[in-house]
Design a protein around this ligand. Sequence first.
Ligand code: HEC
Length: 127
Amino acid sequence: MKATLLSSLVVCGALAAPLSVQAEEGGMTEAGRQIFNHNCTACHSLEPSKNTFGPSLIGIVGRQAASMPRFSYSDAMKDSGLTWTEDNLRKWISDNDALVPGTRMRHVSITDQAQQDYLISFLRSLK
Ligand code: HEC
C-alpha cells in the first residue's frame, strides 16, 4: 500500500513538471502577444505573407532580413546582411536605429529584459 502510494506520487511529479513548463511558456507567449498588440500590429499584420505598412512577421525567427517578397524594404535593411536570430531581434526591438541605421521602421525601444523575452516568445510562435 505504502509502495503504491509512493510510486503514484513519483508518477504525478514526473508529469507535473513538463506541464507547468508548458503553462509557463504559454503565459510568456500570451504576454508577448499583448506587447505586440500595443507596439507592432499597427504596422505588422499577423496574416501569413500579408505586408501592410511593415513586412509580415510570420516565421521571422531565423529568417533572413529583407526577405519578404513584394515588400519594399529600405536599402539599409537590404544591405544589413542580418539574420533574425533571437539575439538580433532583441537588439532590434531595444533600438532598431542602432542596429540598422537608416531603417524605415519607426523607432521602437523595448529595453525591459522580461518584455523582450515575452515578445520574442510570441514572435517564435508565428509560423
Ligand atoms: C510605424 C510602423 C512600424 C511599427 C510600429 C513597427 N514596425 Fe517593424 N517594420 C516596419 C517597417 C516599415 C519595416 C521595414 C524596415 C526597412 O525596410 O527598413 C519593419 C521591419 C521589421 C522587421 C524586419 C523584417 C524583415 O523582413 O526583415 C522586424 C523583425 C520588425 N519590423 C519587428 C517589429 C516589432 C517586433 C515591432 C513592435 C515592437 C515593430 N516591428 C513595430 C514598420 C513598423
